[in-house]
Design a protein around this ligand. Structure first.
Ligand code: ATP
Ligand code: MG
Length: 405
């Protein structure tokens, strides 16, 4: 059973048990836009206890029960579905999450959602859209507009500011002028939101094909400097800004680390990038990849001019292919990019041949362990890579020369 068929089945079972049940939110929006929804959410008049009774305790999980959400377990193929009781969220005293939830009507459940395009329901049995918030009009207009009073909705949950920008950019929609104006007014308050949630939004904007537009909207709404203070004065340098935006736009399906590195490249050193990534609590591999790209892109851009022994150690690193993608998008290093791409295709033993010498060989030659040791190993390795020596005998001769010099 596909996720869609399972979502249909779950809705049908609830309706047959006498409850109201709809598909809700993102899946309705995506379907109306002709995109296939990532996942389906069901909203219903049944309470969590009633939902558990309809599907059986063993087919349900109570992970989100405090928010009136029950997970209905599907198959590996269909995945699970979250079924939420119609609710209204009340009293956001912290600007992050509701203090309590109360079960309510479909209309009130639509009203508590963030944007009109996200406030739609769909009854899959009757094939009918249920629209309490004029979401269909805004979908047709291509508009991201807060439901109700933007200032109040943003005061409740500051994350909605970033969500608004993400939906506008990723869907290639406009931000409703009043919503946009209100975001700008409150942009500095985004720092109340946890860095993890901010990072999730930033990630989703930067890996999307519309990442340039996302950054432009973040600038226009003053959110960019609020979430990345390293870029606070960035807008003053128009040439630099344009270079970075063009580079961002040219990245082909970048991972988050690479897009973030492109965004930050003119404003931070590799080490500062590492600090920023820590602050945003990014996964280690994101931090490492981004730092590596910033540290080594310039060297890679000279791949055709520098000795092979400078380039080869970079090409054997796992982050190298994405760094080459970064360079390609930057433009102006076409020869280096082709050179790296070609050599990245080389078989392992050609790209990274076994060293002619190792520590044991040096010891047997009577060379004392110490700083010299490493220098000899490095220099014989470089000579090997650069084709100056080919056999172990030549390497040993060179090692003797180096140890007596
Ligand atoms: P996508 O999953 O593609 O990001 P989505 O619309 O499904 O889009 P989710 O974050 O999965 O977004 O949330 C599902 C629905 O829950 C939204 O469509 C919206 O109706 C509601 N929602 C989510 N987050 C918020 C929020 N911070 N404030 C109000 N409503 C929200
Ligand atoms: Mg979703």
């Amino acid at each position: 059973m596909s996720p869609r068929e399972f979502a249909y089945e779950v809705t049908k079972r609830l309706q047959e048990a006498g409850f109201e049940a709809f598909w809700a939110g993102g899946c309705v929006r995506d379907q109306l836009l002709g995109k296939s929804p990532k996942d389906y959410d069901v909203a219903t008049s049944a309470t969590p206890t009633q939902i558990a009774t309809v599907f059986g305790e063993r087919k349900t999980l109570e992970l989100g029960v405090a928010f009136g959400v029950i997970t209905v377990i599907g198959t590996k193929q269909s995945g699970n579905i979250e079924v939420a009781t119609f609710r209204c969220d009340s009293d956001y005293s912290d600007g992050r999450r509701p203090d309590s939830v109360e079960y309510s009507t479909p209309e009130m459940d639509a009203q508590r959602r963030d944007f009109t395009i996200n406030g739609l329901f769909f009854d899959p049995l009757r094939e009918q859209i249920v629209d309490f918030v004029d979401g269909q009009t805004d979908l047709e207009k291509g508009l991201v507009k807060a439901i109700g009073d933007p200032a109040q909705r943003i005061a409740e949950d500051k994350l909605r500011m970033l969500r608004a920008v993400r939906f506008a950019a990723n869907l290639d929609f406009q931000l409703d002028p009043e919503t946009k104006h209100t975001i700008k007014k409150h942009a500095s308050e985004i720092v109340i939101v946890s860095v993890e949630r901010i990072a999730v939004e930033l990630n989703r904007m930067l890996v999307n094909e519309h990442r340039r537009r996302a950054v432009e909207l973040l600038i226009e709404t003053d959110l960019l400097g609020a979430i990345l203070p390293e870029l606070a004065d960035w807008q003053e340098n128009a040439t630099q800004k344009e270079q970075v935006l063009a580079h961002l736009a040219a990245l082909a399906s970048p991972e988050f680390a690479v897009a973030l590195a492109a965004l930050m490249q003119k404003s931070v050193t590799p080490r500062e990038f590492g600090k920023l990534a820590k602050r945003l609590k990014l996964a280690n591999h994101v931090t490492d990849t981004g730092t590596w790209v910033l540290k080594n892109a310039a060297t890679l851009s000279q791949a055709t001019e520098l000795p092979w022994s400078d380039i080869q150690p970079l090409l054997i690193q796992p982050a190298c292919p994405v760094a080459v993608g970064f360079l390609e998008a930057q433009g102006g290093a076409e020869a280096a990019v082709s050179f790296c791409r070609e050599r990245l295709e080389w078989a392992a033993e050609r790209l990274n041949p076994a060293p002619l010498l190792d520590g044991n060989v040096l010891k047997n030659l009577g060379i004392q362990a110490g700083p010299v040791f490493k220098r000899i190993l490095d220099e014989t390795r470089n000579a090997q890579l650069n084709g100056e020596i080919v056999t172990q005998e030549e390497a040993i001769t060179l090692a003797h020369q180096l140890s007596s010099s």
